[in-house]
Design a protein around this ligand. Structure first.
Ligand code: RIB
Ligand code: CA
Length: 314
C-alpha cells in the first residue's frame, strides 16, 4: 500500500517537532510532501527557521519548507515563548539552518499541491493556528472537497482552555481562521486538550528516549525536558502533555484512539469565551456535524509509537 501523502502546517514548538519526527519515522506509511510554517508559538521568522532546523537534524532537507502567515486573519498575534522559550525550540542548541525556505507562500503551495494531485490523496496536518489553512481555503474553496482529511490539534471542551478558561491556544490565536476551517466541509479530525491531556510525558519514557543514544534522541531529550516544565508546574502533573504528535499518531494507528462525530463551532465574539470550541457532544442542536472529536488515547501505545519512530531516526 502506498504511503499517505501529508502536508504538515506547524508552529514549532517542541511538541510540533515531535510530530514531525513521528511522521519522518514511518516513511513507508506517511509521505511528507512539505512543511508550511505559521506564526503561533513564536513569530513566523522563528517557526520557519525551526522547521528548517528539524529537517536538517535528521537529514531530510529534501522536504520543502514554506513560510506562511505571519499574523492571524483579524487579531494581533499572541505567542507562547512562556511555554516554548524565546527560540520556540529551547532545550537544544540547533545550529543556524543553511537550508533555504522555498519561495512560494505557504497557503499558495498548499492550494497548488492539492489541486494538482488526484482528489482525496492529500491529508492536511495543522499543528498550530489555522491561519494558513483558512487562507488556502479563501484562495481556492474547492480544496475542501479535494482534501482527504484535516487532522488538526486544537480546541478543548471537557478540559477547559489552556490560554483562557474557555480557549485552547491554537484556536484562540486565530479563531476566525478556525471558524472558516470548521465550516469548509472537509473531513476533520480534532485532537483537542480533551485527548492530549491524557498523553503526558513520563520520566521513564524520556529516559528510554535518551538511552537510544542518537543525535536526534539527545536533542529531543533536551527539548522535551525544557518543554514539560511549564505544564508540570501549571497542572501539577508528572510530565507535560504531548499535544501535536497525536495527529500523526492517529494517521499511523487510529486504533489507539476513540472519538465521536459531532458539531463543533468556534466562538469569534470578543469576550469571555473568545476562541472557544463549542462542541455539541450530545446532539442537542440540529447543527451540521462537521468533525470527529477524539476523546480517548491509549497513552502507552502512543508513546511506544514515538519511541519506535526515534529508533529509526539518526
Ligand atoms: O495548545 C497546544 C497547542 O499550542 C500545540 O500545538 C502547541 O504546539 C501550541 O501551538
Ligand atoms: Ca503547535
Amino acid at each position: 500500500m502506498s504511503p499517505r501523502s501529508i502536508i504538515i502546517d506547524t508552529d514549532p514548538g517542541q511538541d510540533d517537532a515531535v510530530a514531525i519526527m513521528l511522521a519522518l519515522g514511518f516513511p513507508e506509511k506517511l509521505e511528507v510532501l512539505g512543511i508550511t510554517a505559521v506564526a503561533g508559538n513564536v513569530g513566523l521568522d522563528k517557526t520557519a527557521a525551526n522547521a528548517l532546523k528539524l529537517i536538517e537534524l535528521v537529514g531530510r532537507t529534501d522536504i520543502p519548507v514554506f513560510a506562511g502567515a505571519a499574523a492571524p486573519l483579524m487579531v494581533h498575534l499572541e505567542t507562547a515563548e512562556y511555554v516554548h522559550g524565546e527560540t520556540g525550540l529551547n532545550g537544544w542548541d540547533f545550529p543556524a539552518p543553511v537550508t533555504k525556505l522555498r519561495p512560494e507562500f505557504g497557503p499558495d503551495w498548499i492550494v497548488d499541491t492539492i489541486m494538482s494531485r488526484p482528489e482525496k490523496t492529500v491529508t492536511l496536518c495543522p499543528l498550530g493556528p489555522l491561519t494558513n489553512i483558512a487562507l488556502a481555503l479563501a484562495k481556492e474553496p474547492r480544496i475542501a472537497s479535494r482534501i482527504d482529511k484535516i487532522v488538526l490539534m486544537g480546541g478543548a471542551q471537557i478540559e477547559g482552555g489552556n490560554v483562557t478558561p474557555a480557549a485552547e491556544f491554537n484556536i484562540y490565536v486565530d479563531p476566525h481562521a478556525a471558524a472558516r476551517v470548521f465550516a469548509c466541509g472537509a473531513d476533520i479530525v480534532v485532537m483537542s486538550l480533551d485527548v492530549t491531556h491524557q498523553a503526558l510525558i513520563k520520566k521513564a519514557w524520556l529516559a528510554e528516549l535518551k538511552a537510544l543514544g542518537t543525535k536526534a534522541a539527545e536533542a529531543f531529550t533536551g527539548l522535551l525536558s525544557f518543554y514539560e516544565r511549564y505544564d508540570e508546574d501549571k497542572y501539577g502533573s508528572d510530565g507535560g502533555p504531548l499535544h501535536d504528535p497525536t495527529t500523526v499518531a492517529w494517521l499511523l494507528k487510529p486504533e489507539l484512539f476513540e472519538g465521536k462525530f459531532v458539531n463543533v463551532e468556534i466562538e469569534t465574539t470578543p469576550g469571555l469565551c473568545f476562541g472557544q470550541t463549542v462542541v455539541d457532544r450530545w446532539t442537542v442542536t440540529n447543527r451540521r456535524k462537521n468533525a470527529t472529536w477524539i476523546t480517548k488515547v491509549d497513552s502507552d501505545g502512543f508513546f511506544a509509537l514515538i519511541l519506535e519512530a526515534f529508533r529509526k531516526l539518526s
